[in-house]
Design a protein. Structure first.
Length: 147
């Protein structure tokens, strides 16, 4: 896995993009893996030591995958939502909508277009993409309930 630490300019750009979701603080280390995935690491080891370890052998993974950036569009993972704690662009779901979401179904809800944070009561349960009439379900299959 190729590791690339985000520099101050990249962190600032990401911070500006995440302000749309009310996120004001980023984890200490942000690492880009591949072309699109960003991982967060908050351990005591510094970036230079991590790169030395990566160069001496293959690292399978470091930190938690918190978001994916494709064509300047951010989609946060469930872990990322819990770490970053968004306060804006939140859509509150009913009990039936929550159940349908966890079954992997898209939700027929009219709302603004774009990515939205989905919440049931006080729990953040995922991130979906609104087409304006439908919330597209991005919940990984392994996290869905079987019915």
């Amino acid at each position: 896995m190729k590791l690339l630490f985000l520099n101050n300019k990249q962190r600032k750009k990401l911070q500006e993009q995440l302000e749309e979701y009310g996120i004001k603080e980023l984890p200490r280390h942000l690492i880009q893996t591949g072309k699109e995935k960003i991982r967060a690491f908050s351990g005591e080891i510094n970036g230079k030591d991590i790169l030395n370890i990566a160069n001496s052998g293959q690292i399978e993974g470091i930190g938690l995958h918190i978001l994916t950036i494709k064509q300047d569009i951010i989609r946060m993972s469930l872990d990322g939502l819990h770490i970053l704690k968004p306060t804006k662009k939140i859509l509150n779901l009913t009990g039936k909508e929550k159940t349908d979401w966890f079954k992997g179904k898209n939700l027929d809800i009219q709302t603004e277009q774009g990515f939205l944070v989905l919440k049931y009561k006080q729990d953040i349960i995922g991130m979906g993409k609104s087409t304006g009439n439908t919330i597209l379900n991005y919940l990984p299959k392994e996290r869905r309930i079987k019915s």
